[in-house]
Design a protein around this ligand. Structure first.
Ligand SMILES: [Zn+2]
Ligand SMILES: [Zn+2]
Length: 339
């Protein structure tokens, strides 16, 4: 079978690899759709923070089951990481900080014709059954939508809040859709790719600004009687625009770092202004079964259309082209692999 791996010296390579053997309590899944996201690109081209496995926004059909809970033919979403539920971090609500979290994975990866789900993942509830009529491409948004739902919770978002988003890439676009769906009073977006600016408007952003050509901070103030927004999200793969997000937020507001910075990345911020204006910085890394279940429930309502952000679908054999396309912000938004 074929699977995609990080190539030596950068990029990705499609390789022939052996089919995983399914042990007691495990399942084998035939991949039907898998989204490429910013952390995959970071693994392929940058200095990644997370393990080198590619493809974690994955859905498919159970091909073989040695688990009592699943049968051949079940449509499933699989989350690659799980927490133990017993350690100090889990008991204190920091589920993604559980020592087990980054040790758990699927084998060999999500960007493979088939992959197996280890027993621990199954026992901890990482595999969700999907309705058989749920569209595969829409379903592969469960993981990224879950990540965004968790970030909204960590940032204290609720209806009526004004929000800025720096970066309208694949995830920034999900923020726009979810925030409009959940009743944000205004959503103000900074993005430099004309293609992605167009998508941001189409998805319902109230104001979309190219921060190189226009004053983004001014745009945020104009929408909020001069105050600045309640919450600002940094949804870029670099932490460089953090100061822009901080300045877009009102006094006493919240800044949420969402995009994964490269390993060791630093940036300069004005701490005196941060302090005297009592702005809070929170981060949001990954997601848990709490939010993947919420995301699935949301998709089951039939009222979502996250796949509107998909600009390209490639076959697994064309993964190299898919990654090159996903990397080019001028040409693509969400890129999905489907066998
Ligand atoms: Zn734990
Ligand atoms: Zn993701």
């Amino acid at each position: 079978m074929k699977a995609v791996f990080v190539a030596e010296g950068g990029g990705v390579v499609v390789k022939e690899t052996s089919m995983p053997t399914v042990e007691d309590g495990e399942i084998l899944v035939r991949m039907k759709a898998c989204g490429i996201d910013g952390t995959d690109l970071e693994k392929a081209y940058g200095k990644p923070l997370t393990p080198p496995m590619l493809g974690h926004e994955v859905v498919g059909v159970v091909e073989e089951s040695k688990s009592e809970e699943f049968e051949e033919g079940d449509h499933v979403f699989v989350h690659h990481h799980v927490s133990c539920g017993k350690c100090y971090f889990c008991l204190n609500g920091s589920l993604t900080m559980c020592p087990l979290f980054l040790k758990t994975t699927i084998i060999p990866c999500g960007l493979a014709e088939f992959f197996k789900v280890p027993r621990t993942n199954l026992e901890r509830g990482s595999v969700l059954k999907l309705p058989s009529n749920l569209d595969w491409v829409e379903a592969c948004f469960i993981e990224p939508v879950a990540c965004v739902l968790r970030a909204l919770k960590r940032a204290g978002f609720f209806a009526g809040r004004s929000v800025s988003i720096v970066g309208a890439g694949p995830t920034g676009s999900l923020f726009i859709q979810l925030l409009k769906m959940l009743g944000a009073s205004s959503v103000i977006v900074a993005e430099i790719s004309p293609l992605r600016m167009g998508y941001a408007k189409m998805l319902g952003a109230d104001v979309v600004v190219n921060p190189i050509q226009e004053d983004f901070i001014q745009a945020c103030r104009e929408k909020t009687e001069g105050r600045g927004v309640d919450i600002g999200f940094l949804a870029t793969p670099s932490v460089k625009p953090l100061q822009l997000v901080i300045e877009s937020v009102r006094r006493g507001g919240v800044v949420c770092i969402f995009g994964a910075p490269e390993k060791g990345e630093k940036t300069a911020i004005d701490f005196s202004s941060l302090f005297i204006n009592e702005k809070n910085i929170v981060t949001s890394y990954s997601t848990t079964e709490v939010e993947t279940n919420m995301a699935l429930d949301l998709l089951k309502t039939g009222r979502t259309f996250f796949k509107k952000t998909v600009t390209h679908v490639f076959g697994l054999a064309d993964a190299e082209k898919a990654f090159e396309t996903a990397r080019d912000a001028s040409k693509s938004l969400k890129v999905v692999i489907s066998p």
